[in-house]
Design a protein around this ligand. Sequence first.
Ligand code: GUN
Length: 723
Amino acid sequence: MKWQTGSRSNPAPCREKDKGRFEIVTRDGQARLGKLHTAHGIVETPCLLPVINPNIRTIEPREMWDKYGIQALITNSYVIWKHQKLKDVALSDGVHSLIDYPGVIMTDSGTFQSYVYGDVEVGVEEIVEFQKDIGVDIATMLDIFTRPDMTFSQVKKAVVETIERGKPSIEMAGDVILNGPIQGGLFPELRSLSASQMSKLDFGVHPIGGIVPIMEQQKYKDLAKIMLACKSNLSPNRPVHMFGCGHPMLFPMLIAMGADLFDSAAYVLFARDGRLLTPWGTERLSDIEEWPIIMPVVSHVSPSDVRSMKKDERTVLLSKYNLEITLQEMSRCRQAIRDGTIWRLAERRSHQHPALREAFLWLVTNPATSSMDPLILDEISASKETGNELGKWEENWNWLVNSQFTPRNGSESWGGIDTHHRPHVEMARRRLFSRWKSRNSGDVIIFHGNNPPWRDKIGDLIERICSLDYEIFIQTPLGLVPWGLEDLNPWAHIEGPDWLWKRKPDYAWIQRELERLGVTDRKIVTIDISDTEDLHQRVFELLDLEELERTPDIKKRAQIVDKLCVLCNVELDDAIELCKDSTFVMSRTGRIRNVIDSEGIHLFSPRLAEGGMSLTVDGARKLHALRNCDTPDGFSLTEYSQHPGKGPAWVVVDNDAEPFIQEGRNVMHGFVLGCDSWIRPGETVLVVNSSGKLLAIGRSQATSREMASFTKGIAVKVREGCP
Ligand code: GUN
């Protein structure tokens, strides 16, 4: 999206059958780049809908379209309905003409006015009908605002009444996309109830309501809790809108938790008050000599020039400044989703405001059960809540972790102890713990003290001892990793200071790690490899071994076995059998490029970039033949099952799609009949027909719940069809 001078052409309407549909184009965990299809164009999300007051237009909507490329804005249908002049024009010429804006117009319903002024005179169906009559693209039902000071029973009453109003509102809306707000005050169980019940009704978008006072009081921890409770219970194929949230500081965290749309009058309200929005908080024009960030609208003026302007002129300029800053942070978030770094951005932003930091720490520690570093426990103990709260949040946190894609490309940049709690790091560790299996019964050897690539330092040594009965691990800043996975992201790609690798082994921590890896009651030998001089001799002496020949193929086979188990979810015995007598094509740098079976057939190719593994069609056929459970029949709505050993997840497609998929075309949502419950975005899947015949190998773009609900967009990116 670019800012421009001159006019921009009007948007093209979406295809009639796509109206109201939402599709995901790219994702990073629960953060998503999406497209919402409407009669006034496609809205690319996440995005901000600036609030337009039809009575006072500080920045002209036309300028928002032409100059800033804003695809959607929000105005208030109740304000239009109340003012006869506006109402007459809106009814005769339509809302787009009234405010002179060609893009998508969302309207609110008067609920917020009832919160501010006590009541509104308009009826539930009446306001929806009015929004339909004036031609809005996305209307809002008259929900009941739940304030944070309300009691549980008051909030419950409001939630139930909002749900009851949903059905008549939807009927009245007809084919207009309708917002179904989620209420529930500060009560997570009521937020969950509201989200799951409202999801059952045919709304197009779900705003999270009742959060304005929470944000005004900077109770961002409560906001994070609300977001988790709502999002994990909402139908995933509907965009989620944050009502009244327009401070750029909050975007990364909320987007990382799945927010798609934002709206706010903050850009104008703060401007009127002489305040500037920044991604790290708010600054006063009266306090600054230099702009915190130089944006196009202030490139030719200094803060003191602006201070001496007349109030109206100053407000317009500062509104544009605030809007530009807000749009810039939104662009940054969208790019971070493409780059797979949205959580890291949220993590960085969390350091910029104490209330945001509190929210972030709560998020990454309270719901999570697996604090792994004793250091972390100290830092976050103050932000922890009572023990019995934990279970409640664990499931919501699982929802976030289980949508993460791993292994990733690129480095894992060290961000202090927060690094341990990045959801994709947690996902990688969970997968390791649930799928990796020990296959030796002897002593445990832990190499520590040096950074990757470890194969350069201990590769030769391992080739000599791997035929013996040792279980060998490497100590990394993100936990122990079996040496067979020594090139796997994130463990092998941490970018951080040297001291990270020099930490001395902590035995209690090692025991905990080994327990989670299913390795118990073993003698543990730790070996410092910070100095590789005489390492060979030192290790042989320490282990009391005679000199041994190198057995490189045993090492290579064991590496592939580990990868088959952890990355392809293959049963240990099957993986060993598949690799029996295999041979290898090596890269010039001594890494396995291709795995060839005993009959000379190329089955697998480890990926050098992130340590993943690609299947050939023959390899996929082998894994397909190993399947020891039924072809999935429908979808699992509980997303957290692991099912280790059951192989790559299967995706069952409609017969109509079969020939296209065998030719290598992607699987589109709408053609998926079922999938395994252990499917994860980014993982290799086998695409099959309803009789279980293999059609293609691909990468899933969705979880099982998402597969069940989306009707538009790509479900599986097919890598190769299997004719
Ligand atoms: N604007 C800000 N908060 C809300 C809300 O809870 N409901 C509606 N309809 N509009 C809002």
